[in-house]
Design a protein around this ligand. Structure first.
Ligand SMILES: [Fe+2]
Ligand SMILES: [Fe+2]
Length: 358
């Protein structure tokens, strides 16, 4: 088990690959539970958010690509001279503050501001969303999806916002913005898709386990969604560096992400004026114990990411072996409660995949 985790996270000394990577197994479906978690939403009458929320067009995981981007496979690849030059150029840009920072949609910035200050009304949020056709249709789709649907279908944006709740609506706005940002450029589209899938999955897992860890679910969602936001800036920067049509191998992106994504994450989160907690987590989550201001949030990000990574590559059969993840200790989760939490994780992970495939 330890060896498996070490291989995934590049811990220890890099060594030649001697065995094929484990492939994702067909996820076994856990029985769907009806228990709802406590929702901390501000809108009276909003339905409690379901534990698993439909993914927004996230693709199925490409486990080989994931292993290269986020495991240690990139260590085993020898970069060409041209790739080394790109890596050096991107690293210089990160270190000198010359990153290419995608612009966060004005809708997202406004939604973050409104909801964090608690000054927004349902009408304010509806007006904000109504200007964005893609966002409006996503809101209605999710509000009427099997997981949220009530006795009466939502036909207006107002109904949809009330059904989801103000803060879940904010999460949805951020998700749609992030997807639009990542997928608008066809260059490196397969990698952008995997970054998108991973952030969605981590967000949903974080939200699902949040009540068991004593964390607010919607805050957990944003932590999962945005903790690796540095990868978005790095993708843009690599796209800018590589103006020709020469193919970029995933191992180069894996190396760039490994070396620079936290530093890039801090920059982009600050540029987007995200809450200080999210800036801090984006800048330091792999060694969460070093994040003095937001250690628990950083540990949550790392936990959600690890759970997605292990299940994506090893399948849900790996879940039982994750009870000893040290992040659980941060939240003082007793050992006897961990199997139940991991069951929730498998259920969320599987539901997200099934929804996505549909
Ligand atoms: Fe990360
Ligand atoms: Fe991550």
């Amino acid at each position: 088990m330890l060896a498996f985790l070490k291989r995934l996270f590049g811990l220890g000394t890099p060594q030649a690959k001697t065995a094929p990577e484990p492939r994702a197994q067909t996820a076994t479906r856990s029985p769907v539970r009806t228990q709802k978690h406590v929702d901390h939403d501000a809108i009276p009458g909003a339905l409690p958010a379901p534990r698993a929320v439909p993914a927004i067009d996230a693709p199925a995981c490409n486990s080989d690509l994931l292993s290269m981007l986020d495991g240690r496979d990139h260590f085993n690849a020898t970069l060409t001279g041209r790739e080394e030059a790109i890596l050096a150029a991107v690293s210089r840009r990160v270190e000198s503050g010359d990153l290419v920072l995608p612009v966060l949609a004005a809708t997202s910035m406004s939604a973050m501001e409104m909801t964090s200050k608690n000054t927004a009304s349902v009408a304010d949020i509806v007006e904000l969303i109504a200007h964005d056709a893609v966002l409006s249709s996503e809101m209605l789709r999710v509000a009427n999806s099997a997981l949220y649907a009530g006795a009466v279908p939502c036909t207006t944006l107002r109904d949809a916002v009330v059904r989801l709740g103000m803060r879940a609506t904010r999460s949805m706005i951020m998700s749609v913005s992030m997807r639009t940002m990542l997928l608008r450029d066809k260059a490196l589209a397969n990698i952008a898709l995997e970054v998108w899938r991973q952030s969605q999955s981590a967000a949903q897992i974080a939200r699902a386990i949040a009540p068991s860890l004593g964390v607010d679910p919607e805050r957990a969602f944003l932590i999962g969604l945005l903790h690796d936001i540095g990868k978005v800036a790095l993708l843009e920067t690599v796209r800018r560096e590589v103006r020709d049509k020469v193919e970029i191998r995933p191992c180069l992106l894996g190396r760039v992400f490994f070396l620079q994504h936290e530093r890039a994450g801090q920059r982009i989160a600050a540029a987007w004026k995200l809450p200080e907690e999210l800036v801090s987590v984006a800048g330091c989550h792999h060694h969460y114990e070093r994040n003095q201001d937001h250690m628990r949030s950083a540990a949550l990000a790392r936990l959600a990411h690890t759970l997605d990574l292990v299940l994506s590559i090893g399948g849900t059969g790996e879940a039982q072996r994750l009870e000893k993840l040290p992040e659980f200790d941060v939240f003082e989760v007793p050992m006897e409660r961990r199997p139940e939490i991991l069951e929730i994780v498998c259920e969320t992970f599987t539901a997200a995949r099934e929804t996505t495939a549909g």
